[in-house]
Design a protein. Structure first.
Length: 280
């Protein structure tokens, strides 16, 4: 039997930790296969997906800047991909058609469910910082958990409004200068921006206005302990870092490509954290 081969498609792609994650699972499960970084420039992305059946790959992940192109190119899009307008996981069906889904929302929820069991209750309010693809996945996932109100805050108010309009009347929007007006309302705060990441500007947020029961999540995982998480921990709040979402969103794709469902273990988490700590 020929070894099955999957990969991660993006531009650039050298920064991706997906090969580390999937190769770990292949070793742990004793599966004859491989997972390879695939650099595809934007000008060639559409052609790559349309001819994927001839590539020799059984499927793969899709990262920036190709998620929207992948969504427009697949033959079958699952509900999560339709809701988010983006695909991060693709696979070939038995009839050769290219299918796609988006596992970011599932990864976000699985990470929180493991880190803080029982964290979501009907009627809660969340603040989501950012209005890009990650924020879109977070907002959609919170609506699936019956959050009563989600407030999107973004530096560009028009982008926040556009995202809020996509999801209906349970989602509101605000520009950045007004974020302080909402901090005292939220049981959950999620940073879905790149602010606070290594090489990016800091996240200008005063956690002192948050409720005592607010959970603070930062999707940034480099550094692992961002200034936001540090300040929230000093304040005594419960926090969740971004590595768990990275790991959990990878599970469904691996199962599609290799036929076995992997586990997110402490060993894998520590392996990824050690890799993140290495000089680039």
């Amino acid at each position: 039997m020929t070894a099955r081969k999957a990969g991660v498609v993006g531009w650039p792609i050298h920064h991706s930790r997906s090969p580390l994650i999937h190769r770990y699972w292949l070793r742990q499960l004793g599966i004859d296969g491989d997972y390879i970084p695939i650099a595809v420039p934007p000008a060639k992305a559409r052609e790559f997906f349309l001819t994927f059946g001839k590539s020799g790959y059984v499927g793969g992940n899709v990262t920036v800047p190709h998620k929207e192109t992948a969504f427009a190119s697949v033959d079958i899009a699952e509900d999560a991909a339709e809701a988010l307008g983006a695909v991060n996981t693709i696979w070939l069906e038995d009839d050769g058609r290219l299918a796609g889904t988006n596992t970011d929302a599932a990864g976000f929820l699985a990470n929180l469910d493991l880190a803080i069991p029982g964290w979501s209750e009907e009627g809660q309010t969340a603040i989501v910082l950012g209005a890009g693809g990650a924020a879109r996945a977070v907002v959609w996932s919170l609506l699936q958990r019956a959050f009563d109100s989600v407030i999107i805050v973004n530096r560009t108010g028009e982008r926040a409004k556009s995202l809020a309009d996509r999801f209906g009347n349970r989602v509101r929007h605000s520009d950045w200068p007004s974020v302080g007006d909402y901090l005292g309302q939220a049981q959950l705060l999620v940073n879905a921006t790149s602010l606070g990441m290594i090489g990016q500007p800091p996240l200008p947020l005063d956690v002192s206005a948050l409720r005592d029961d607010t959970i603070v999540v930062d999707l940034v995982y480099a550094p692992l302990r961002t200034a936001l998480l540090r300040d929230a921990q000093i304040r005594g709040l419960r926090t969740v870092d971004g590595v768990g979402m990275l790991l959990h969103q990878a599970v469904p794709g691996f199962e599609k490509w290799f036929g076995a469902r992997p586990e997110v273990t402490t060993e894998l988490r520590e392996l990824v954290i050690a890799d993140l700590a290495r000089p680039s």
